[in-house]
Design a protein around this ligand. Structure first.
Ligand code: AMP
Length: 532
Protein backbone atom coordinates (compact mmCIF):
# COMPACT_ATOMS: atom_id res chain seq x y z
CA UNK A 1 0.00 0.00 0.00
CA UNK A 2 1.44 3.41 -0.87
CA UNK A 3 1.97 5.79 2.03
CA UNK A 4 -0.70 8.08 0.60
CA UNK A 5 -3.37 5.40 0.87
CA UNK A 6 -2.45 4.51 4.43
CA UNK A 7 -5.47 5.94 6.16
CA UNK A 8 -8.90 5.00 5.01
CA UNK A 9 -12.32 5.31 6.58
CA UNK A 10 -12.87 2.31 8.84
CA UNK A 11 -14.93 -0.59 7.43
CA UNK A 12 -18.61 0.20 7.70
CA UNK A 13 -18.02 3.95 8.01
CA UNK A 14 -17.83 6.46 5.19
CA UNK A 15 -17.33 10.10 4.34
CA UNK A 16 -20.40 11.96 3.23
CA UNK A 17 -19.26 14.47 0.67
CA UNK A 18 -20.64 17.37 -1.32
CA UNK A 19 -22.77 17.52 -3.39
CA UNK A 20 -24.53 14.62 -1.59
CA UNK A 21 -24.32 16.38 1.76
CA UNK A 22 -26.61 19.07 0.33
CA UNK A 23 -29.26 16.33 0.02
CA UNK A 24 -28.61 15.27 3.63
CA UNK A 25 -29.11 18.87 4.68
CA UNK A 26 -32.34 19.12 2.71
CA UNK A 27 -33.64 15.94 4.38
CA UNK A 28 -32.69 17.17 7.84
CA UNK A 29 -34.08 20.64 7.24
CA UNK A 30 -37.37 19.13 6.08
CA UNK A 31 -37.42 16.95 9.20
CA UNK A 32 -36.99 20.02 11.43
CA UNK A 33 -39.86 21.75 9.61
CA UNK A 34 -42.30 18.82 9.52
CA UNK A 35 -41.61 17.67 13.10
CA UNK A 36 -42.14 21.21 14.37
CA UNK A 37 -45.57 21.34 12.73
CA UNK A 38 -46.53 18.25 14.78
CA UNK A 39 -45.36 19.94 17.99
CA UNK A 40 -42.08 18.07 18.48
CA UNK A 41 -38.98 19.64 20.03
CA UNK A 42 -35.44 18.53 19.30
CA UNK A 43 -33.32 16.63 21.85
CA UNK A 44 -29.59 16.06 21.39
CA UNK A 45 -28.48 13.31 23.75
CA UNK A 46 -24.82 12.31 24.05
CA UNK A 47 -23.27 9.82 21.63
CA UNK A 48 -22.17 7.47 24.42
CA UNK A 49 -23.96 6.19 27.47
CA UNK A 50 -23.42 3.49 30.11
CA UNK A 51 -23.47 0.05 28.47
CA UNK A 52 -26.01 -1.00 31.08
CA UNK A 53 -28.57 1.49 29.69
CA UNK A 54 -28.64 -0.30 26.34
CA UNK A 55 -28.29 -3.78 27.79
CA UNK A 56 -31.27 -3.25 30.03
CA UNK A 57 -33.55 -1.54 27.52
CA UNK A 58 -32.79 -3.28 24.23
CA UNK A 59 -32.50 -6.72 25.81
CA UNK A 60 -29.72 -9.22 26.23
CA UNK A 61 -30.92 -11.65 23.58
CA UNK A 62 -30.86 -9.13 20.75
CA UNK A 63 -28.15 -9.07 18.12
CA UNK A 64 -27.41 -5.48 19.03
CA UNK A 65 -26.54 -6.14 22.66
CA UNK A 66 -25.13 -9.62 22.18
CA UNK A 67 -22.66 -8.78 19.42
CA UNK A 68 -22.96 -5.37 17.81
CA UNK A 69 -22.14 -2.76 20.42
CA UNK A 70 -19.01 -0.66 20.31
CA UNK A 71 -18.12 -0.61 23.99
CA UNK A 72 -15.13 0.65 25.89
CA UNK A 73 -13.92 1.10 29.42
CA UNK A 74 -13.64 4.68 30.57
CA UNK A 75 -10.92 5.24 33.16
CA UNK A 76 -8.48 7.84 34.34
CA UNK A 77 -4.79 6.98 33.85
CA UNK A 78 -3.57 5.52 37.15
CA UNK A 79 -0.84 3.28 38.51
CA UNK A 80 -3.22 0.30 38.40
CA UNK A 81 -3.75 1.00 34.72
CA UNK A 82 0.01 1.27 34.12
CA UNK A 83 0.69 -2.03 35.90
CA UNK A 84 -2.13 -3.69 34.03
CA UNK A 85 -0.73 -2.49 30.68
CA UNK A 86 2.77 -3.65 31.63
CA UNK A 87 1.45 -7.06 32.67
CA UNK A 88 -0.66 -7.72 29.60
CA UNK A 89 2.22 -6.91 27.23
CA UNK A 90 4.80 -8.75 29.33
CA UNK A 91 6.63 -11.63 27.70
CA UNK A 92 9.39 -13.79 29.09
CA UNK A 93 12.98 -12.75 28.30
CA UNK A 94 14.38 -14.99 25.54
CA UNK A 95 17.53 -15.83 27.39
CA UNK A 96 18.71 -14.69 30.77
CA UNK A 97 22.43 -14.15 30.35
CA UNK A 98 25.25 -13.33 32.70
CA UNK A 99 26.52 -14.59 36.03
CA UNK A 100 23.96 -16.15 38.27
CA UNK A 101 22.23 -13.46 40.32
CA UNK A 102 20.28 -13.99 43.51
CA UNK A 103 17.64 -15.77 41.40
CA UNK A 104 20.08 -17.67 39.25
CA UNK A 105 19.71 -17.90 35.50
CA UNK A 106 16.91 -20.44 35.31
CA UNK A 107 13.14 -20.31 35.35
CA UNK A 108 12.96 -18.18 38.46
CA UNK A 109 15.08 -15.43 36.89
CA UNK A 110 12.82 -15.45 33.85
CA UNK A 111 9.40 -15.54 35.43
CA UNK A 112 9.81 -14.00 38.86
CA UNK A 113 9.66 -10.42 37.40
CA UNK A 114 6.13 -11.16 36.20
CA UNK A 115 5.12 -12.27 39.68
CA UNK A 116 6.72 -9.13 41.16
CA UNK A 117 4.80 -6.91 38.77
CA UNK A 118 1.63 -8.79 39.62
CA UNK A 119 2.24 -8.10 43.32
CA UNK A 120 2.51 -4.37 42.62
CA UNK A 121 -0.67 -4.55 40.52
CA UNK A 122 -2.58 -6.32 43.30
CA UNK A 123 -1.39 -3.79 45.86
CA UNK A 124 -2.26 -0.75 43.72
CA UNK A 125 -5.55 -2.37 42.69
CA UNK A 126 -6.57 -2.97 46.30
CA UNK A 127 -5.73 0.61 47.26
CA UNK A 128 -7.67 1.99 44.28
CA UNK A 129 -10.60 -0.25 45.18
CA UNK A 130 -10.64 0.88 48.80
CA UNK A 131 -10.48 4.54 47.75
CA UNK A 132 -13.24 4.14 45.17
CA UNK A 133 -10.92 4.95 42.25
CA UNK A 134 -11.99 1.79 40.43
CA UNK A 135 -15.54 0.39 40.47
CA UNK A 136 -16.31 -1.16 43.88
CA UNK A 137 -18.08 -4.13 42.39
CA UNK A 138 -18.16 -7.59 44.02
CA UNK A 139 -16.45 -8.93 40.88
CA UNK A 140 -13.50 -6.58 41.28
CA UNK A 141 -13.26 -7.36 44.98
CA UNK A 142 -13.09 -11.12 44.55
CA UNK A 143 -10.81 -10.88 41.51
CA UNK A 144 -8.27 -8.86 43.49
CA UNK A 145 -8.39 -11.38 46.35
CA UNK A 146 -8.04 -14.34 44.03
CA UNK A 147 -5.15 -12.81 42.11
CA UNK A 148 -3.07 -12.56 45.30
CA UNK A 149 -3.55 -16.29 45.88
CA UNK A 150 -2.88 -17.15 42.25
CA UNK A 151 0.31 -15.12 42.30
CA UNK A 152 1.55 -17.11 45.31
CA UNK A 153 0.81 -20.41 43.61
CA UNK A 154 2.49 -19.25 40.42
CA UNK A 155 5.59 -18.05 42.28
CA UNK A 156 5.96 -21.24 44.28
CA UNK A 157 5.63 -23.49 41.21
CA UNK A 158 7.92 -21.64 38.75
CA UNK A 159 10.94 -23.80 39.41
CA UNK A 160 9.14 -27.09 39.15
CA UNK A 161 7.75 -26.27 35.69
CA UNK A 162 9.29 -25.93 32.28
CA UNK A 163 9.17 -22.71 30.19
CA UNK A 164 6.15 -23.79 28.18
CA UNK A 165 4.14 -24.50 31.31
CA UNK A 166 5.19 -21.24 32.94
CA UNK A 167 4.23 -19.32 29.78
CA UNK A 168 0.81 -20.96 29.78
CA UNK A 169 0.38 -19.86 33.42
CA UNK A 170 1.38 -16.31 32.50
CA UNK A 171 -1.21 -16.25 29.71
CA UNK A 172 -3.91 -17.50 32.02
CA UNK A 173 -3.01 -14.87 34.60
CA UNK A 174 -3.03 -12.16 31.93
CA UNK A 175 -6.55 -13.16 31.00
CA UNK A 176 -7.59 -12.77 34.65
CA UNK A 177 -5.78 -9.43 34.99
CA UNK A 178 -7.63 -8.03 31.97
CA UNK A 179 -10.88 -8.71 33.78
CA UNK A 180 -10.24 -6.12 36.48
CA UNK A 181 -12.65 -3.35 35.63
CA UNK A 182 -10.85 -0.03 35.92
CA UNK A 183 -13.69 2.26 34.95
CA UNK A 184 -17.22 2.52 33.69
CA UNK A 185 -18.34 0.40 30.75
CA UNK A 186 -19.56 2.78 28.07
CA UNK A 187 -21.08 2.16 24.64
CA UNK A 188 -21.46 4.24 21.50
CA UNK A 189 -25.23 4.45 21.12
CA UNK A 190 -26.69 1.80 18.82
CA UNK A 191 -30.03 3.64 18.89
CA UNK A 192 -31.42 6.63 20.75
CA UNK A 193 -34.72 5.60 22.35
CA UNK A 194 -32.97 4.48 25.54
CA UNK A 195 -31.13 7.81 25.73
CA UNK A 196 -34.34 9.79 25.28
CA UNK A 197 -36.00 7.77 28.07
CA UNK A 198 -32.95 8.27 30.28
CA UNK A 199 -33.15 12.03 29.64
CA UNK A 200 -36.92 12.03 30.34
CA UNK A 201 -36.21 10.55 33.77
CA UNK A 202 -33.09 12.59 34.50
CA UNK A 203 -34.81 15.91 33.75
CA UNK A 204 -38.09 14.97 35.48
CA UNK A 205 -39.94 15.57 32.25
CA UNK A 206 -43.02 13.87 33.70
CA UNK A 207 -43.61 17.23 35.40
CA UNK A 208 -43.85 18.99 32.05
CA UNK A 209 -47.13 19.15 30.10
CA UNK A 210 -47.75 15.61 28.81
CA UNK A 211 -47.13 14.03 26.46
CA UNK A 212 -43.56 15.12 25.87
CA UNK A 213 -42.80 14.97 22.14
CA UNK A 214 -39.15 14.80 21.23
CA UNK A 215 -37.20 14.14 18.07
CA UNK A 216 -33.51 13.61 17.36
CA UNK A 217 -31.15 13.02 14.50
CA UNK A 218 -27.60 11.77 14.47
CA UNK A 219 -25.09 8.96 14.19
CA UNK A 220 -25.67 5.47 15.63
CA UNK A 221 -23.16 2.64 15.86
CA UNK A 222 -23.60 -1.10 15.38
CA UNK A 223 -20.97 -3.69 14.53
CA UNK A 224 -22.97 -5.17 11.66
CA UNK A 225 -21.72 -6.81 8.50
CA UNK A 226 -21.46 -3.86 6.11
CA UNK A 227 -23.36 -3.96 2.81
CA UNK A 228 -25.48 -1.61 0.73
CA UNK A 229 -27.75 0.27 3.14
CA UNK A 230 -26.10 -1.25 6.19
CA UNK A 231 -23.23 0.51 7.90
CA UNK A 232 -21.44 0.45 11.22
CA UNK A 233 -21.86 4.18 11.62
CA UNK A 234 -25.24 5.15 10.27
CA UNK A 235 -27.70 7.94 10.85
CA UNK A 236 -31.18 7.95 12.24
CA UNK A 237 -33.91 10.54 12.48
CA UNK A 238 -36.32 9.51 15.19
CA UNK A 239 -39.06 10.72 17.49
CA UNK A 240 -40.60 9.64 20.78
CA UNK A 241 -43.84 10.54 22.53
CA UNK A 242 -43.71 9.98 26.29
CA UNK A 243 -46.42 10.57 28.85
CA UNK A 244 -49.48 9.27 30.63
CA UNK A 245 -51.63 8.26 27.69
CA UNK A 246 -51.48 5.30 25.33
CA UNK A 247 -54.39 6.50 23.19
CA UNK A 248 -54.23 4.86 19.75
CA UNK A 249 -54.61 8.36 18.29
CA UNK A 250 -51.06 9.04 19.51
CA UNK A 251 -49.75 5.97 17.68
CA UNK A 252 -51.62 7.01 14.55
CA UNK A 253 -50.33 10.58 14.69
CA UNK A 254 -46.75 9.39 15.11
CA UNK A 255 -47.16 7.21 12.01
CA UNK A 256 -48.84 10.08 10.16
CA UNK A 257 -45.85 12.24 11.04
CA UNK A 258 -43.42 9.85 9.32
CA UNK A 259 -45.64 9.46 6.27
CA UNK A 260 -46.02 13.26 6.00
CA UNK A 261 -42.26 13.68 6.21
CA UNK A 262 -41.68 11.06 3.50
CA UNK A 263 -44.33 12.62 1.27
CA UNK A 264 -42.77 16.07 1.70
CA UNK A 265 -39.45 14.66 0.53
CA UNK A 266 -41.08 13.03 -2.48
CA UNK A 267 -40.19 9.51 -1.32
CA UNK A 268 -42.16 7.14 -3.50
CA UNK A 269 -43.47 3.58 -3.30
CA UNK A 270 -43.35 3.40 0.46
CA UNK A 271 -45.28 0.66 2.19
CA UNK A 272 -46.41 0.90 5.78
CA UNK A 273 -46.87 -2.40 7.66
CA UNK A 274 -48.50 -2.49 11.06
CA UNK A 275 -49.10 -5.11 13.72
CA UNK A 276 -49.93 -5.47 17.38
CA UNK A 277 -47.79 -7.72 19.51
CA UNK A 278 -49.96 -7.41 22.60
CA UNK A 279 -48.71 -6.78 26.09
CA UNK A 280 -46.88 -8.90 28.62
CA UNK A 281 -49.93 -10.34 30.47
CA UNK A 282 -50.54 -14.10 30.65
CA UNK A 283 -53.75 -13.90 28.66
CA UNK A 284 -52.02 -11.92 25.91
CA UNK A 285 -48.47 -12.02 24.57
CA UNK A 286 -47.06 -14.27 27.27
CA UNK A 287 -49.72 -16.89 26.52
CA UNK A 288 -49.09 -16.55 22.79
CA UNK A 289 -45.32 -16.85 23.23
CA UNK A 290 -45.75 -20.09 25.17
CA UNK A 291 -48.03 -21.45 22.46
CA UNK A 292 -45.54 -20.38 19.82
CA UNK A 293 -42.70 -22.04 21.73
CA UNK A 294 -44.67 -25.27 21.94
CA UNK A 295 -45.47 -25.21 18.21
CA UNK A 296 -41.90 -24.35 17.28
CA UNK A 297 -40.55 -27.16 19.45
CA UNK A 298 -42.58 -29.60 17.37
CA UNK A 299 -40.82 -28.48 14.17
CA UNK A 300 -37.46 -27.70 15.77
CA UNK A 301 -35.53 -30.15 13.57
CA UNK A 302 -36.61 -28.34 10.42
CA UNK A 303 -35.38 -24.95 11.61
CA UNK A 304 -31.99 -23.29 11.22
CA UNK A 305 -29.58 -22.79 14.13
CA UNK A 306 -30.67 -19.20 14.88
CA UNK A 307 -34.33 -20.08 15.03
CA UNK A 308 -33.61 -23.17 17.12
CA UNK A 309 -31.83 -21.03 19.67
CA UNK A 310 -34.61 -18.46 19.65
CA UNK A 311 -37.23 -21.04 20.55
CA UNK A 312 -35.74 -20.83 24.02
CA UNK A 313 -34.57 -17.23 24.20
CA UNK A 314 -37.13 -15.25 22.21
CA UNK A 315 -39.59 -17.25 20.06
CA UNK A 316 -41.21 -14.11 18.62
CA UNK A 317 -37.98 -13.38 16.80
CA UNK A 318 -38.38 -16.58 14.78
CA UNK A 319 -41.17 -14.75 12.94
CA UNK A 320 -38.49 -12.28 11.73
CA UNK A 321 -36.63 -15.03 9.92
CA UNK A 322 -35.75 -14.40 6.29
CA UNK A 323 -34.53 -17.98 5.67
CA UNK A 324 -36.20 -19.35 2.56
CA UNK A 325 -36.83 -22.85 3.88
CA UNK A 326 -38.39 -21.59 7.13
CA UNK A 327 -41.07 -19.49 5.42
CA UNK A 328 -43.52 -22.35 4.85
CA UNK A 329 -43.17 -23.49 8.45
CA UNK A 330 -43.67 -19.99 9.83
CA UNK A 331 -46.79 -19.43 7.69
CA UNK A 332 -48.51 -22.28 9.56
CA UNK A 333 -47.74 -20.96 13.06
CA UNK A 334 -50.49 -19.47 15.23
CA UNK A 335 -51.03 -15.75 14.64
CA UNK A 336 -50.80 -13.24 17.45
CA UNK A 337 -53.94 -11.37 16.32
CA UNK A 338 -55.98 -14.43 17.36
CA UNK A 339 -54.47 -14.37 20.84
CA UNK A 340 -54.59 -10.72 21.88
CA UNK A 341 -56.44 -9.87 25.09
CA UNK A 342 -59.57 -7.73 24.72
CA UNK A 343 -57.79 -4.52 25.65
CA UNK A 344 -55.02 -5.02 23.11
CA UNK A 345 -57.54 -6.07 20.46
CA UNK A 346 -59.49 -2.83 21.01
CA UNK A 347 -56.30 -0.78 20.95
CA UNK A 348 -55.30 -2.32 17.64
CA UNK A 349 -58.77 -1.86 16.10
CA UNK A 350 -58.75 1.78 17.14
CA UNK A 351 -55.29 2.30 15.73
CA UNK A 352 -56.52 1.13 12.34
CA UNK A 353 -59.56 3.40 12.56
CA UNK A 354 -57.33 6.35 13.49
CA UNK A 355 -55.08 5.66 10.53
CA UNK A 356 -58.13 5.52 8.23
CA UNK A 357 -59.34 8.86 9.60
CA UNK A 358 -56.00 10.35 8.64
CA UNK A 359 -55.99 8.78 5.21
CA UNK A 360 -52.84 6.79 6.03
CA UNK A 361 -52.64 3.60 3.96
CA UNK A 362 -51.26 0.45 5.57
CA UNK A 363 -50.98 -3.29 5.26
CA UNK A 364 -51.17 -5.66 8.22
CA UNK A 365 -48.28 -7.99 8.80
CA UNK A 366 -48.75 -10.41 11.67
CA UNK A 367 -45.05 -11.36 11.54
CA UNK A 368 -43.83 -7.84 12.27
CA UNK A 369 -42.44 -8.20 15.79
CA UNK A 370 -39.39 -5.88 15.62
CA UNK A 371 -36.06 -6.92 17.00
CA UNK A 372 -35.89 -5.11 20.33
CA UNK A 373 -37.32 -6.38 23.59
CA UNK A 374 -39.05 -3.22 24.68
CA UNK A 375 -41.84 -3.13 22.13
CA UNK A 376 -45.46 -3.89 22.97
CA UNK A 377 -48.81 -3.46 21.19
CA UNK A 378 -48.31 -1.28 18.11
CA UNK A 379 -45.34 -2.11 15.90
CA UNK A 380 -44.78 -0.69 12.45
CA UNK A 381 -42.25 -0.64 9.68
CA UNK A 382 -41.98 1.28 6.44
CA UNK A 383 -40.20 -0.05 3.39
CA UNK A 384 -39.10 1.96 0.39
CA UNK A 385 -37.96 1.11 -3.08
CA UNK A 386 -34.51 0.78 -4.53
CA UNK A 387 -32.92 -0.63 -1.38
CA UNK A 388 -32.54 -4.33 -2.18
CA UNK A 389 -32.70 -6.61 0.82
CA UNK A 390 -32.18 -3.75 3.29
CA UNK A 391 -35.44 -2.07 2.37
CA UNK A 392 -36.74 -1.06 5.81
CA UNK A 393 -36.43 2.68 5.99
CA UNK A 394 -38.26 3.19 9.28
CA UNK A 395 -39.18 1.05 12.26
CA UNK A 396 -41.12 1.90 15.35
CA UNK A 397 -43.53 0.87 18.01
CA UNK A 398 -45.00 1.31 21.45
CA UNK A 399 -42.88 0.69 24.55
CA UNK A 400 -44.99 1.47 27.61
CA UNK A 401 -42.83 -0.13 30.28
CA UNK A 402 -39.44 1.15 29.18
CA UNK A 403 -39.16 4.33 31.26
CA UNK A 404 -40.13 2.38 34.37
CA UNK A 405 -37.64 -0.36 33.53
CA UNK A 406 -34.94 2.33 33.49
CA UNK A 407 -35.91 3.56 36.96
CA UNK A 408 -38.47 6.23 36.05
CA UNK A 409 -42.16 6.69 36.82
CA UNK A 410 -44.80 4.59 35.01
CA UNK A 411 -44.88 6.13 31.55
CA UNK A 412 -46.36 5.28 28.17
CA UNK A 413 -44.22 5.68 25.11
CA UNK A 414 -44.17 5.27 21.37
CA UNK A 415 -41.56 6.19 18.81
CA UNK A 416 -39.77 5.37 15.60
CA UNK A 417 -36.39 5.63 13.94
CA UNK A 418 -35.85 6.38 10.28
CA UNK A 419 -32.64 5.12 8.68
CA UNK A 420 -31.38 8.32 7.08
CA UNK A 421 -28.74 6.57 4.95
CA UNK A 422 -31.43 4.36 3.40
CA UNK A 423 -33.84 7.25 3.04
CA UNK A 424 -31.20 9.13 1.05
CA UNK A 425 -30.42 6.05 -1.07
CA UNK A 426 -34.08 5.57 -1.88
CA UNK A 427 -34.53 9.24 -2.81
CA UNK A 428 -31.54 8.96 -5.13
CA UNK A 429 -32.83 5.74 -6.68
CA UNK A 430 -36.20 7.38 -7.25
CA UNK A 431 -34.63 10.38 -8.96
CA UNK A 432 -35.51 12.63 -6.02
CA UNK A 433 -31.98 13.05 -4.84
CA UNK A 434 -30.81 15.82 -7.09
CA UNK A 435 -29.76 18.96 -5.37
CA UNK A 436 -28.77 22.23 -6.87
CA UNK A 437 -25.14 22.65 -6.08
CA UNK A 438 -22.57 25.03 -7.43
CA UNK A 439 -22.16 28.73 -7.11
CA UNK A 440 -24.59 31.38 -8.16
CA UNK A 441 -21.86 33.77 -9.24
CA UNK A 442 -18.21 33.55 -10.22
CA UNK A 443 -16.44 36.92 -10.12
CA UNK A 444 -13.97 37.19 -12.96
CA UNK A 445 -11.80 40.16 -12.00
CA UNK A 446 -8.74 41.63 -13.64
CA UNK A 447 -6.59 44.43 -12.15
CA UNK A 448 -5.99 45.84 -8.67
CA UNK A 449 -8.86 48.35 -8.80
CA UNK A 450 -11.24 45.68 -10.00
CA UNK A 451 -10.12 43.38 -7.14
CA UNK A 452 -11.11 45.88 -4.45
CA UNK A 453 -14.49 46.28 -6.13
CA UNK A 454 -14.82 42.51 -6.49
CA UNK A 455 -14.26 41.98 -2.75
CA UNK A 456 -16.94 44.53 -1.93
CA UNK A 457 -19.33 43.00 -4.47
CA UNK A 458 -18.74 39.52 -3.02
CA UNK A 459 -19.46 40.78 0.51
CA UNK A 460 -22.70 42.44 -0.53
CA UNK A 461 -23.88 39.48 -2.58
CA UNK A 462 -23.12 36.98 0.20
CA UNK A 463 -24.94 39.18 2.67
CA UNK A 464 -27.96 38.85 0.38
CA UNK A 465 -27.62 35.05 0.43
CA UNK A 466 -26.06 34.71 -3.03
CA UNK A 467 -23.24 32.13 -3.21
CA UNK A 468 -20.10 33.64 -4.67
CA UNK A 469 -16.75 32.31 -5.80
CA UNK A 470 -14.07 34.99 -5.67
CA UNK A 471 -10.82 33.69 -7.15
CA UNK A 472 -7.83 34.59 -4.99
CA UNK A 473 -5.65 35.69 -7.88
CA UNK A 474 -6.06 37.44 -11.17
CA UNK A 475 -7.03 35.31 -14.16
CA UNK A 476 -7.39 36.11 -17.84
CA UNK A 477 -11.11 36.36 -18.59
CA UNK A 478 -11.06 33.25 -20.81
CA UNK A 479 -9.51 31.15 -18.05
CA UNK A 480 -11.87 32.61 -15.46
CA UNK A 481 -14.92 31.74 -17.53
CA UNK A 482 -13.65 28.21 -18.03
CA UNK A 483 -13.25 27.74 -14.28
CA UNK A 484 -16.66 29.30 -13.64
CA UNK A 485 -18.27 26.65 -15.88
CA UNK A 486 -16.31 23.85 -14.23
CA UNK A 487 -17.56 24.93 -10.82
CA UNK A 488 -21.13 24.94 -12.11
CA UNK A 489 -21.57 28.69 -11.60
CA UNK A 490 -24.71 30.13 -13.18
CA UNK A 491 -23.36 33.61 -13.74
CA UNK A 492 -19.99 35.22 -14.25
CA UNK A 493 -19.66 38.78 -13.06
CA UNK A 494 -16.99 40.41 -15.17
CA UNK A 495 -15.04 43.17 -13.46
CA UNK A 496 -12.19 44.86 -15.32
CA UNK A 497 -10.89 48.44 -15.22
CA UNK A 498 -13.53 49.57 -17.77
CA UNK A 499 -16.39 48.20 -15.69
CA UNK A 500 -15.06 49.75 -12.50
CA UNK A 501 -14.58 53.21 -14.00
CA UNK A 502 -17.91 53.24 -15.87
CA UNK A 503 -19.89 51.71 -12.95
CA UNK A 504 -21.55 49.40 -15.51
CA UNK A 505 -20.92 45.79 -14.61
CA UNK A 506 -21.19 42.94 -17.05
CA UNK A 507 -23.07 39.79 -16.05
CA UNK A 508 -22.75 36.73 -18.23
CA UNK A 509 -25.30 33.88 -18.03
CA UNK A 510 -23.15 30.83 -18.50
CA UNK A 511 -25.87 28.47 -19.73
CA UNK A 512 -26.55 30.49 -22.90
CA UNK A 513 -23.62 32.90 -23.05
CA UNK A 514 -25.81 36.02 -23.04
CA UNK A 515 -24.46 39.18 -21.40
CA UNK A 516 -26.14 42.18 -19.85
CA UNK A 517 -24.89 45.35 -18.20
CA UNK A 518 -26.06 46.46 -14.77
CA UNK A 519 -25.33 49.24 -12.31
CA UNK A 520 -24.17 47.83 -8.94
CA UNK A 521 -27.48 48.24 -7.09
CA UNK A 522 -29.54 46.83 -9.95
CA UNK A 523 -27.19 43.86 -10.27
CA UNK A 524 -27.51 43.05 -6.59
CA UNK A 525 -31.28 43.18 -6.86
CA UNK A 526 -31.29 41.02 -10.00
CA UNK A 527 -29.06 38.32 -8.45
CA UNK A 528 -31.05 38.26 -5.20
CA UNK A 529 -34.06 37.25 -7.29
CA UNK A 530 -32.08 34.64 -9.19
CA UNK A 531 -30.18 33.03 -6.34
CA UNK A 532 -30.36 29.30 -5.88
P1 AMP B 1 -33.92 -0.14 14.34
O1 AMP B 1 -33.34 0.85 15.31
O2 AMP B 1 -33.13 -1.40 14.24
O3 AMP B 1 -35.38 -0.33 14.52
O4 AMP B 1 -33.73 0.51 12.92
C1 AMP B 1 -34.50 1.58 12.44
C2 AMP B 1 -34.05 1.92 11.06
O5 AMP B 1 -32.68 2.31 11.09
C3 AMP B 1 -34.07 0.74 10.10
O6 AMP B 1 -35.33 0.60 9.50
C4 AMP B 1 -33.02 1.14 9.10
O7 AMP B 1 -33.57 2.01 8.13
C5 AMP B 1 -32.01 1.91 9.92
N1 AMP B 1 -30.84 1.07 10.27
C6 AMP B 1 -30.71 0.17 11.26
N2 AMP B 1 -29.49 -0.37 11.27
C7 AMP B 1 -28.81 0.19 10.25
C8 AMP B 1 -27.48 0.05 9.72
N3 AMP B 1 -26.60 -0.76 10.28
N4 AMP B 1 -27.14 0.80 8.64
C9 AMP B 1 -28.02 1.65 8.08
N5 AMP B 1 -29.26 1.83 8.54
C10 AMP B 1 -29.67 1.12 9.60
Amino acid sequence: MSSKAKFQAIRGTRDLLPPETALWNRVEQTAHEVFRTFGFGEIRPPIFEPTELFARSIGLDTDIVAKEMFSFEDYEPSTVFEYRSALVIWHEPRDVQGPPGPLGTGALAKFQPFAALLSLFCLAGRQAFDNGLIPRTPENDSLLNELVGERDIFLSSIQSRNDRENCADVDRLKERIRRLQLGDELTLRPEATASVCRAYIEHSMQQMPQPVKLYYMGAMFRRERPQKGRYRQFYQIGAEVLGGSDAPAIDAEVIELVMTFFARLGLESTELSINSIGHAADNCRRGYVELLRAELTKVKDQLGADSQRRIETNPLRVLDSKLEHEQGIIAKLPKIADHLCDECKTHYAQLKRQLDLRGVKYVENWRLVRGLDYYMRTTFEITARGLGSQNAVCGGGRYDGLVELLGGPPTKGIGFAIGEDRLILSLQEGGKGSVVEGRDVYIAWLGENAYATAIRAAQNLRKAGVSVELPPSEQKFGKALERASKLGARFALILGDNEVSSGEWTLKTLADGTQAKFAEAALLEYLKQKKV
